[in-house]
Design a protein around this ligand. Structure first.
Ligand code: PLP
Length: 398
């Protein structure tokens, strides 16, 4: 390749990206290198829970960077101890392992469950996962995912992830056998298009897994850290899982993830798990700044209230344009378009300075900053209203 190629050419092309190049962000807004401003309802894929470059996170990172970035995974550092304690105090779990991405946290959850199976369940290793589920892009987490597009890729898959149907307890019971060590799910399937597990299903799963001595693993990488209006989505169903993974929002935009487990299940032995950057002070400082804000009851209440407002605005749009249901909870919502027009709407939105996501061709997903304002929501729905009106007119002409 010549070195006079376009700057984009130096990156591996792993997805189709538009030509916009972003240089600055603040709250719900992003700016490109031409100075154009965009209202962001993607927020780094549900990552920037406090918006772009939130002052508390920026200051925590800057201050920590001047103090200590990485000691070594072979030593304790004060920031990771503080964050681990705060996470344990805010949840039903007893111990934490920090990771650098959601997939890595899930890979750790799978290893922990298999270790538990080796120690306590005569080598049981199967983890029941779900059609439509998404757990990441490492080999094991792709195998655990129930995403159709992954099926032909990177064979052979990691074995041991039979797939059940979400909200169908009989399908889980049918797959449960002496090799089963865990059941792993997202409380709301995000990438599949925002499909919630019902509270009843989560309670039935907890009862079934307890009956069989099987671990319940919740992947809260998308739903955790206040996204649904609870700090963790499992709380709503009033269940206590055995293992939870966190990612995305936990670092407020900085790469941080976590694997949490109850004491009974936390069975790694020396050498089983680790990683150079895991639990580094810099990212844990970001995590502490995030947790301090999102764990406040008033903040969580505001997420729930703002979520209801967004939901009602989307329902209004749906009724006006003859679209389908609004799904999800808190500030993880989807609008069913009934037609495969999602990618076209996303492209038109980008043109007018609005960033939207279409995880499925017939679905729009909304994952704004958790502190998005009602004015910003109204601005988004006004812009979407105009785009939908134009799309409807274009369909009528065609
Ligand atoms: N699990 C869930 C539920 C996710 O939504 C994602 C990312 O979208 C992941 C795991 C993977 O996280 P990461 O992309 O940080 O590896």
């Amino acid at each position: 390749m010549t070195h006079t190629a376009h700057p984009f050419d130096a990156l591996m092309e792993i997805t189709a990206r538009p030509n916009n190049v972003f240089v600055r962000g603040e709250g719900s807004w992003l700016w490109d290198d031409g100075g154009k401003r965009y209202l962001d309802f993607i927020q780094g894929w549900a990552v920037n829970c406090l918006g772009h470059s939130p002052p508390a996170v920026a200051e925590a990172i800057a201050s920590q960077a001047k103090t200590l970035i990485t000691a070594s995974p072979a030593y304790h550092n004060a920031t990771s101890l503080k964050l681990a304690k705060a996470l344990v105090d805010s949840s039903c779990f007893d111990q934490v392992f920090f990771a650098n991405s959601g997939a890595e946290a899930n890979e750790g959850a799978i290893k922990l469950a298999r270790k538990y199976g080796a120690l306590h369940k005569a080598g049981a290793f199967e983890i029941i996962t779900f059609e439509g589920g998404f757990h990441g892009r490492t080999l094991a987490t792709m195998s655990a995912s129930g995403k159709k597009a992954f099926e032909p890729l990177f064979e052979p898959k990691v074995k041991g992830f039979p797939k059940a149907q979400l909200n169908d307890i009989a399908s889980v019971r049918q797959l449960t056998n002496k090799n089963t060590v865990g059941v792993m799910l997202e409380p709301i399937q995000g990438e599949a298009g925002v499909w919630p597990a019902t509270d009843q299903f989560l309670q039935e799963l907890r009862a079934l897994t307890q009956e069989h001595g099987v671990l319940l693993i919740v992947d809260e990488i998308q739903t955790g850290m206040g996204r649904t209006g609870e700090l963790f989505a499992y709380e709503r169903a009033e269940i206590a899982p055995d293992i939870m993974t966190l990612g995305k929002g936990i670092g407020g935009g900085a790469p941080l993830a976590a694997l949490l487990a109850t004491e009974r299940v936390s069975c790694f032995e020396h050498g089983d798990q680790g990683g150079t950057f895991n639990g580094n002070s810099l990212m844990c400082a970001a995590g502490l700044a995030v947790l301090e804000q999102v764990s406040q009851p008033a903040f969580l209440k505001s997420v729930a209230d703002t979520g209801l407002f967004l939901e009602s605005e989307l329902q209004r749009l749906s009724a006006r344009h003859g679209l389908g249901e609004v799904r999800g909870r808190g500030l993880l919502l989807a609008l069913d378009l009934k037609l495969p027009i999602g990618p076209a709407l996303v492209a038109q939105a980008l043109e007018v300075g609005l960033l939207l996501n279409s995880p499925r061709p017939d679905t729009l997903r909304f994952m704004p900053a958790l502190n998005v304002t009602r004015e910003e929501i109204s601005q988004m729905t006004d812009q979407l209203d105009t785009i939908l009106t134009k799309a409807g007119a274009a369909r009528r002409v065609a």
